[in-house]
Write a protein that binds this ligand. Sequence first.
Ligand code: SIN
Length: 525
Amino acid sequence: MKDPISTDVLIIGSGIAGLTAAYFLGKENIDTIVISKEKELSESNTLYAQGGIVTLGPDDDPELLKKDIISAGAGISNPDAVEIIVKRGVNLVKSFLIDELNVPFSKDENGELLYTQEGNHSRRRILFAKDETGKAIEKTLDKNVRKLKTVKFLTKATAIDLITKHHHSTNPLSLYKDAEVMGAYVLLQKEKKVVRIFSKAVILASGGLGRIFLHTTNPPVARGDGYAMAYRAGANLINMEYVQFHPTSFYHRDADSFLISEAVRGEGAILINRKGEAFMKNYSKLKDLAPRDVVTRAIYEEMLKNGDHYVLLDLSNIRIDVKDRFPHIYETCKRYGVDITKEPIPVVPAAHYSCGGVKVDTRGRTTLKRLYAAGEVSCTGLHGANRLASTSLLEGLSWGYFAAEDILNSSEILKETPPFNEIPPWKYPAKPEKIDPALIVQDWNLIRSTMWNYSGIIRTTKRLSRAKSDLEYLKHRIEKFYKSAEVVDSIIGLRNSVQTALLVIYSAYFNKKSRGAHYIIDNGE
Ligand code: SIN
């Protein structure tokens, strides 16, 4: 492939946010390139989302939805983001996903849409497609966006760094100009070549960071790349300490990161400890449907109190046909020897969702010119300190749309061309060192166990301080190695993951107030 490549808009990431943006840009014939570091375009956190997508239920009201978002967010949700999502966001579910794309959401025998419930929701208002809602949305988007002539896709293409005028220009005078993003240096994995993709706008939609923790519900793609790239480019990131832990991931030695949807509790399942006691009534009035941070800490305490490695999710109260409603969970648990129609599921909390990220406004604009962010990598402030269940797909959809809309409406973005000619090609090391996979594995283990043990569900200043010094040293070593090594996806991911882990640690260390997903017992240093 030639270098450089030019396009109007570069989208990094292909989950719900990236593909929604691509769809609306493509409909207006804007030249757009979507890149994914994966082999399959649809491989993203979106693909694995089980629960559903929030809209307004039949007996619902935007004010009620607002109240639930703010209460789950522990009072610090951004009012502008909440306002826009309950108005424009929920409308997009109907006008775009249902009417325009015809996403196959679950319906009753009369063809009416079904709604489910999850923690902290005061109404049944969540649309779902059995227990694979993300897959239904992602596959439908993928199919439709491919029909648009001006949208191109590059898979196995890893963004290394955002190209900025202030970091990469060969013109020393560009320092006096506004900081702006002009594309990205991208590794084409098969060709082992780094190309410049120049663009008038970049939408960062690279997903989350769950993989920096030892236990997570997230697939390997969620290694925190976008946060690190945005940070290096000089964008503001906020709320990084609010990493949400999902209360119920499947506890099994061989099952990597399998989520047991909160919708299972929404349909009546309850948490019991290994003595068979339903314990959530001791922790919250809302019992098993309390906000996730509350349920997670309750499980953690129960496990600690009883010396157990897991608790149990008892489905025996559920009145509907579990196998029909949750076929994916049923099949997966069965494969690992648990028949959910007959026995409870062993579960533990796991890192699930980053409520913080690259700061954006209600148009998806970051603090850097020409750089937009949407989906989990961004922080709209909607989730405050803890996200309300099933709002993530809605947020990705909405800000994917808002970013595309802003690019289409802003004359200064598409009409002006930044000085691409000042950006040099990628510089490879003179004698690139071969990557030893054992080093990569060991560094990943260190990052993931440090994050889990020192920056996890219950934090202390002492633990965070230790995490900070350990990972700062590791970062220094990785950066040194990165500069001399051959450029491959694994070293790019490792470099980003340690940076993103440190962003979480710094935010957690400096915020002494427990709130929502950030729970700190300050025992000094
Ligand atoms: C779940 O199905 O429990 C996850 C949905 C979400 O994280 O919003």
